[in-house]
Design a protein around this ligand. Sequence first.
Ligand code: SF4
Ligand code: SF4
Length: 81
Amino acid sequence: MIHTNHRIEYRPDNCIGCQLCFQACFIDVIRWDAEKKQPVFKYVQDCEHCNYCMAVCPKGCITVIPDFKSQSPRQSFDMYK
Ligand code: SF4
Ligand code: SF4
């Protein structure tokens, strides 16, 4: 998995604890705090910038801020030399 520097802004004030963001994240970025009934953005370095969490949130609590440079595949093109 490529580690990225994407950032996630979470504004808890309007959060209704619906868990949609938690269920939408297909990686392990978002965990659930059962006590506070809020998402925890725990492994942000694994975020793939799919925007699912931002798209499903009915209250606009989440903004994913991409850093596309960090998403570039770090691969070798030695085979083409
Ligand atoms: S943008 Fe996608 S990968 Fe990143 S936290 Fe949201 S759902 Fe998970
Ligand atoms: S989808 Fe939005 S409202 Fe629902 S738990 Fe996540 S941040 Fe809160």
